[in-house]
Ligand binder design. Structure first.
Ligand SMILES: *[C@@H]1O[C@H](CO)[C@@H](O)[C@H](O)[C@H]1NC(C)=O
Ligand SMILES: *[C@@H]1O[C@H](CO)[C@@H](O)[C@H](O)[C@H]1NC(C)=O
Length: 496
């Protein structure tokens, strides 16, 4: 054991119980409340026919004929962020991360577990339809964002074209298809005990979609460029999703063919590539951590390479270690970019806690600089807590970046349904152009999108709360999804 990094080493902590005590040492937030809200947010993003139990009651049914132009049923699913488009790639990634949150920390969610599972199902019901409507076809998007963005309309009023986009054997999209397979596979584990028949359908669909993704290789950004770029362009290509999809199928199925696939294709699909962000686009970090579990818990030697590269990501985050290369704001927030930065913070917080759990299960640690520095599970928990606490209000602006949580939080969230009057208060339609006065208004949003975490502050901890500042004030499903798991962890850690 070599040098240790003072910043994160107030305590040495080897067991998870110790890590929990450790995290609870400076409790300041009601994490259980934040957890509940982080899940409630997904109700605000729902498309389709809302159920009787809908709690964000300012929303109504929307997109009720989605798919009809192609004679398929694509009703349901989630709007990704503040607009009314249903984008397949981020929706699937959101679903994978919500499922992963439940798989790692669902046993700590208590009363929230049922709602978290319902949030997964809202998406998987849609993804199953999108994947099974036609052979060798995956429907990947409803609405052209260029057209959608010309209006500022409530989802309930939408009168813009609901164009339907798909990937096929001729126009492949291994990125979106393999992410969809990952989502369905991860969700199949979530439903294994609670609804075995549904779980079986999920895994069967996942296997079919993965096979399609792998047989017809290509990026959906090539064939669907005008409607997916720059919005959810697959900048990282599709190799990362193929390996991620295979990894989730390996976890979810009894079928050994996925382990063989990982062993024979891992090297060409990025097993040894380091990357320093984990997002709806780039799955390399997530795959490294997920596959490390097999090495750490089951001693599968072939998976050691993933642990080595998972360590590299961890080392990149810790100041003073060899390999450190992350950027932090003066207030201590991980900073990757000016647009929707908190998505990287929440995904990293989740990865830190999950990797801490895997490391802890065999007393392992992350090794930096070939073992010159070791990082323990407790250190990862401390860093994750710092990031989550920043989001909830422990930051230079004394501001919570979760809507409806704490004393001060964003008032002008870039979100159509939240910013326009509710259909309940104002039943007559607000047409396309008339909506823009709500976008540019300086009044607070009339409808609280409870639990939404917005894009967040800039690299100097600055935050400008105005609605057209979408880089900072827009929420997104993939910002919240990994935070659900992290909040479950800290909610439980705060208990005696
Ligand atoms: C395992 O998966 C492969 C690839 O999808 C498939 O061809 C094979 O039939 C599966 N085996 C079982 C037992 O399900
Ligand atoms: C934030 O709170 C701290 C402690 O209460 C206070 O010292 C500081 O001035 C506050 N900052 C802002 C920007 O309100």
């Amino acid at each position: 054991m070599g040098t240790r990094v003072a910043l994160f080493f107030l305590f040495a902590c080897l067991s998870m119980a110790c890590a929990r005590r450790h995290a609870s040492a400076a409790v300041g937030f009601n994490y259980a409340d934040a957890l509940e809200k982080s899940i409630l947010f997904f109700e605000g993003q729902r498309s389709g026919k809302l159920p009787p139990g809908q709690r964000l009651s300012w929303r109504g049914d929307s997109g009720m004929s989605d798919g009809a132009s192609n004679h398929v049923d694509l009703v349901g699913g989630y709007y990704d962020a503040g607009d009314n488009v249903k984008f397949g790639l981020p929706m699937a990634f959101t679903t994978t991360m919500l499922s992963w949150s439940i798989l790692e920390f669902g046993d700590l969610m208590q009363a929230q577990l049922e709602d978290a599972i319902a949030a997964v199902r809202w998406s998987t019901d849609y993804l199953i339809k999108a994947a099974t409507a036609a052979p060798d076809t995956l429907f990947v998007q409803v609405a052209d964002p260029n057209v959608d963005h010309r209006c500022w309309e409530r989802p309930e009023d939408m009168d813009t074209p609901r164009s339907v986009y798909k990937v096929t054997s001729q126009s492949p999209g291994s990125d979106v298809a393999a992410e969809t397979a990952a989502a369905l596979a991860a969700a199949s584990i979530v439903f294994r005990a609670v609804d075995p028949a549904y779980s079986k359908k999920l895994i069967q669909t996942a296997m079919m979609v993965f096979d399609f993704a792998d047989r017809h290789r290509g990026s959906y950004s090539d064939s669907l460029s005008s409607v997916v770029c720059p919005f959810y362009c697959s900048y990282s290509g599709y190799h990362d999703e193929l390996l991620w999809g295979a990894s989730w199928l390996q976890m979810a199925s009894e079928n050994t063919s996925y382990m063989s696939y990982i062993n024979s294709n891992g090297h060409t699909l990025g097993a040894e590539e380091d990357d320093f962000s984990f997002s709806w686009d780039d799955k390399r970090v997530g795959t490294k951590v997920l596959l490390s579990r097999g090495f750490l818990q089951n001693r599968v030697e072939a998976l050691q390479v993933y642990k080595i590269h998972a360590d590299n990501y961890i080392c990149s985050l810790i100041p003073g270690t060899p390999g450190f290369q992350a950027q932090y704001t003066p207030g201590g927030l991980l900073y990757r970019g000016s647009e929707s930065n908190l998505q990287y913070v929440t995904s990293t917080a989740f990865i830190l806690l999950t990797y801490a759990k895997y490391l802890d299960s065999n007393g392992g640690s992350a090794l930096c600089g070939g073992g010159a520095t070791t990082i323990t599970a407790g250190d990862l928990v401390s860093l994750a807590k710092k990031q989550v606490d920043y989001i909830l209000g422990k930051n230079p602006a004394n501001m919570s970046y979760m809507v409806g949580f704490g004393e001060r939080y964003p008032q002008q969230v870039h979100h159509r349904g939240s910013s326009l009057p509710s259909v309940r208060a104002h039943p007559s339609p607000v047409p396309c152009n008339e909506g823009f006065r709500y976008l540019y208004s300086s009044s607070p949003n009339p409808n609280l999108l409870v639990g939404a975490v917005v894009g967040g502050p800039d690299n100097r901890d600055g935050f400008a709360d105005y609605r057209n500042n979408y880089q900072q004030t827009e929420p997104a499903t993939y910002i919240n999804a990994p935070l659900v798991g992290a909040l479950a962890y800290f909610a439980a850690a705060g208990k005696p």
